[in-house]
Every structure is written in structure tokens, then in C-alpha cells.
Design a protein around this ligand. Structure first.
Ligand code: MG
Length: 333
């Protein structure tokens, strides 16, 4: 893996990314706003690049800065293809920023009051239907390196990490769905542009190496599926968060474990904290410190109405809950 840290926009093409032996480019932004024509700066390429393919007339590259003609572009999203001199092609999905601004993140999807199974495609669909700004989910790596959606390391007594995808694909969730893969989950979330996926990278029960291998695989898949605009990454594992930041300077990353100060998160260029509400109850100053350092405050898992009220009063950016219906009702008042 080769990576040279980006120093500034002017020299950003020093960055060379090579994840799992596969090099690719990235942008500093994947969404566009109406009337806001700048999308982002392309990184990871060296030498001249040009726009190619159908629809490229909707975009302009000036140097390595990508602009969109919002007047000509009414679509919710559009893929833009970029080629370098050696005809290496990268495709990016640029998404109109219709993402909801409410603080409601459905924990493992919306399952508790919907009859769906947690972490199923069905629970993701329900979170989208409800109008949550985010739907949280968890991923593990199978024995043969396929990424699966599930909370616990085991499903029906079967250890995901020590089982092949051929065996795992035979397992059914309680709502009748197959155990979902991350690929299927990304395909589902990308049918719309209102609800994002809050994607928790679970630490391996086998080794740190496997946690980091899972992280790289997830980043690769998100790149391949062109899903960057939809994703916030979260993890309890600090090394996982740091690896995401290193490989994806512009990905949205929040740390879960509650033991880093706002200052440490800011120094390590994290976008947010995602802490248990008890951590914030003990130290209410976090709200103010986070606001000053531009660190998003996400809080889990908040199911009690009094706790929701307290977090709304303190203007938490995101509240992760098994009761998204209750929280949405409060916000509608
Ligand atoms: Mg989780």
C-alpha cells in the first residue's frame, strides 16, 4: 500500500492510493447542491485527466476540480467518467444533495415497530420509508472474504468469520430474507437519495489484521459500487477509524468507543463522535467542545423519551435509536 498524505489542494495529486493492490481515485465531495457548481477535487491521479462518456457534457474539469452544470442536470444522480493519459478510467456517482437533515438514525434499520428483522434489507427499506436521515448497520467478513450484514459475530450458532459464503448464503433471517451481503445493502440504499447508511465496521473476533482487511474491503466495495455519497463510517476500533481516514481523506468517519476527547478526534481528523448517551450525561461539555471543533455528535442507543428530549435540547446532530417513529413524531411537533 502506497500513500502520501495530501498536504494541500495545490499538491493533492501527490496522493497515490493503492488499496488491496488496486489503485483508484477519489473526490473530495460526491454530492452537489442546486446552484452550487463545485463538486470536489479529484485526488489519486497524476498527470492530465479528461471527462469521457455519455453525460460528461454535464460536468467540467478545471485542472483537477470537478464542476457540475446544475441547470442542465435534473437527475438525482449522474455518473461521471474520468480518464487519464493511459486510459485508466474511474467513474464517480455525483448525487444531488436531497439527503434529509433530521437527526434520526434507525439503529440496525427500523425493525422494532415494523415487524422487520434488524439488519435486514426490509429494516433498511422501513428506515427509508419513515424518513430517517440515517439507517445504521453492521458488517463482518466471512471466512472467504465476503462482507455480510449482521450485528453479532454469529448467526444461528454459525460464526460468520469462520464460515464460507456458500454456507452463509443458506442461512435465513427471521423475516425469510437471506443473510444480506454489503453489496445488496448498498444496492438498496442507492435506490434513493434521502437516507444515508451509517456503516459500522465490526472488529474481528479473530485478529486485528482481519479487522483492517475488512475495512479495506469495505472501502473498495463502496468505491466499486460508487456509493460514497451515501456512507458514514463508524467503528469502536480506533485503528479501523484511523485506517479509513488515511485511505479516504474525505470519507465521513465517527468513532464509537467513548474514550477519546473531542481534541483527540479533531487532531486525528475524525468527522464525529458516536458515543453512548451515558458518556455525554457524565460530561455535558462535550456538546459545546464538539460544536467549536466541528465534530458531529451522534449518540447511541437512545430509546427513552426523556433521553431523546435531553439530546434534542442539547442539539445532538444524530440520535441513534430503536424507536425512530417516536423521535420523528417529536420532531414533527
Ligand atoms: Mg452497530
Amino acid at each position: 500500500m502506497k500513500f502520501k498524505q495530501i498536504i494541500s489542494a495545490a499538491v493533492c495529486f501527490m496522493a497515490v492510493l493503492n488499496v488491496s493492490g488496486q489503485s483508484y481515485s477519489q473526490l473530495s465531495g460526491y454530492t452537489f447542491e442546486k446552484g452550487n457548481k463545485y463538486v470536489g477535487t479529484l485526488i489519486g491521479k497524476e498527470g492530465p485527466v479528461k471527462l469521457i462518456g455519455a453525460g460528461s457534457e454535464k460536468f467540467r474539469l478545471k485542472g483537477y476540480k470537478l464542476y457540475v452544470n446544475t441547470k442542465a442536470l435534473n437527475d438525482k444522480w449522474r455518473d461521471v467518467m474520468i480518464a487519464d493519459n493511459e486510459n485508466h478510467i474511474d467513474t464517480f456517482r455525483i448525487v444531488r444533495n436531497d439527503f434529509l437533515k433530521n437527526p434520526v438514525v434507525a439503529h440496525r434499520g427500523a425493525w422494532k415497530n415494523t415487524g422487520e428483522t434488524e439488519n435486514s434489507i426490509g429494516s433498511l427499506k422501513k428506515a427509508i420509508e419513515l424518513g430517517c436521515s440515517g439507517s445504521e448497520t453492521d458488517v463482518h467478513l466471512s471466512g472467504d472474504s465476503v462482507i455480510y450484514i449482521h450485528h453479532d459475530p454469529k448467526l444461528q450458532g454459525v460464526a460468520i468469520e469462520q464460515t464460507t459464503s456458500a454456507e452463509l448464503s443458506k442461512l435465513k433471517l427471521s423475516n425469510g430474507e437471506q443473510l444480506p451481503t454489503l453489496e445488496a445493502y448498498l444496492q438498496e440504499v442507492m435506490t434513493q437519495n434521502k437516507t444515508k447508511l451509517v456503516l459500522e465496521i465490526k472488529a474481528s473476533i479473530v485478529s486485528k489484521e482481519r479487522s483492517l482487511a475488512l475495512t479495506k474491503k469495505v472501502l473498495n466495495m463502496v468505491h466499486e459500487q460508487k456509493a460514497q455519497a451515501w456512507i458514514t463510517y463508524i467503528s469502536f476500533d480506533w485503528d479501523v477509524c484511523k485506517l479509513i481516514r488515511q485511505l479516504q481523506p474525505y470519507a465521513n468517519v465517527e468513532y464509537l468507543n467513548g474514550d477519546k476527547s473531542v481534541g483527540e478526534l479533531s487532531e486525528n481528523k475524525m468527522n464525529g463522535l458516536d458515543y453512548h448517551y451515558s458518556v455525554l450525561k457524565k460530561n455535558e461539555a462535550i456538546f459545546k467542545e464538539a460544536g467549536e471543533k466541528n465534530i458531529d455528535v451522534n449518540v447511541w442507543t437512545v430509546n427513552d423519551e426523556a433521553d431523546m428530549d435531553w439530546l434534542l435540547k442539547n442539539k445532538a446532530d444524530f440520535i441513534t435509536t430503536n424507536e425512530p417513529e417516536i423521535l420523528l413524531k417529536k420532531l414533527a411537533k
